[in-house]
Design a protein around this ligand. Structure first.
Ligand SMILES: [Ca+2]
Length: 329
């Protein structure tokens, strides 16, 4: 790409240029156009994917390293006694006589929106028992939202939100039940067996997920099975504006959805005679431009919107008389 030869402007005529929105895009479904793949760019970093989504059917030989195991007063094992999928589930066994905190847990470095799902096999409907929960927390804010079995209620599953309530919502029965909590833009929805059982209005988010059982020492023995756990986190909560400046330089600016604020302008090297095109995948803003000369070359590069590190330009070996279009899906 030719270097810009025009004087840098302090004010950008950004109107009528390109607004790229990828608000609330799930990393789990992130892909990109073939044209990007063809030049060998890695557009789905493994670390970002791992942070964005996770699922476990408990069919491995051991527990996935995603999990931190807490086996205070009990044990967690892979069992063939019950299975919602395949041959195995995770068995949480908890004998009476000690305080019990028996969990598979994972904590993320930051909070996000998203959907958490698991299946729970209820072994003892109609019986006062121990807690068996899908428990989701925001450890930074001390918030706790969950769904499952309470030790005090033999007949109903409960939902709870710390500081708000703990209430029965759905009749217990023997066998597998799907528990799902969706952290949406403006509320949290809780589902049991695909039935919406509770909505909490508010801008909630989570950074820690866990499944398992807990009980004080005086509660009876308890054994529950979990299977087919999954998390889809909305880790892409920024929007980006990319423009051709009045000086033909290429500028971008990020918008943080959670705080509804614009960060400062930045530029990438090079210049263009036309509107740039861009798409945001994780923290990488992929940009394609038409060259700033009469050769109409198409250049492609990416910038990390966290560090502002730029990849450099790659000539895609094609020509266009207009603005290119870049997409992801
Ligand atoms: Ca399974």
């Amino acid at each position: 790409m030719k270097k810009n030869e025009l004087k840098k402007s302090k004010i950008f005529s950004s109107i009528a240029l390109l607004l790229i929105l990828t608000i609330s895009a799930f990393m789990a479904s992130a892909h990109t156009a073939n044209a990007i793949d063809n030049i060998g760019n890695n557009i789905m970093p493994a670390a970002s994917l791992a942070q964005g989504s996770f699922s476990d059917n408990f069919e491995g030989a051991t527990f996935d390293p995603y999990w931190t195991l807490s086996q205070q007063g009990g044990t967690i094992s892979l069992s063939t006694a019950q299975a919602h999928s395949g041959m195995h589930s995770a068995l949480f066994n908890s004998p009476s006589g000690v305080n019990r905190q028996v969990w598979l847990q994972h904590t993320y470095p930051d909070a996000s929106k998203g959907i958490i799902t698991t299946w729970l096999y209820d072994t003892t409907p109609g019986t006062n028992n121990i807690y068996a929960l899908l428990d989701i927390q925001n450890t930074q804010l001390g918030q706790d939202i969950g769904v499952g079995i309470m030790d005090s209620n033999p007949s109903s599953y409960h939902v709870y939100a710390s500081g708000i309530e703990n209430v029965p919502v759905y009749q217990r029965s023997l066998g597998w039940h799907e528990l799902k909590i969706a952290f949406n833009t403006n509320d949290v929805q809780i589902f049991i067996d695909s039935t919406l059982v509770k909505t909490y209005a508010g801008d909630y988010s989570f950074d820690s997920v866990r499944i398992g059982v807990q009980a004080p020492s005086y509660n009876p023995n308890g054994a529950f099975y979990f299977d087919d756990f999954s998390v889809q986190r909305v880790v892409n909560s920024k929007s980006c504006l990319v423009v051709q400046g009045t000086d033909n330089l290429i500028y971008y600016r990020t918008f943080t959805v959670a705080t509804q604020t614009w960060n400062s302008w930045n530029s990438v090297p090079g210049s263009t005679f036309d509107s740039p095109t861009a798409t945001l995948v994780g923290s990488k803003l992929y940009i394609a431009v038409r060259s700033a000369d009469t050769s109409n070359q198409i250049y492609f590069g990416s910038v990390d919107i966290v560090t502002n590190a730029f990849s450099g330009w790659t000539n895609l070996q094609g020509q266009t008389p207009n603005s290119p279009t870049l997409t992801s899906g």
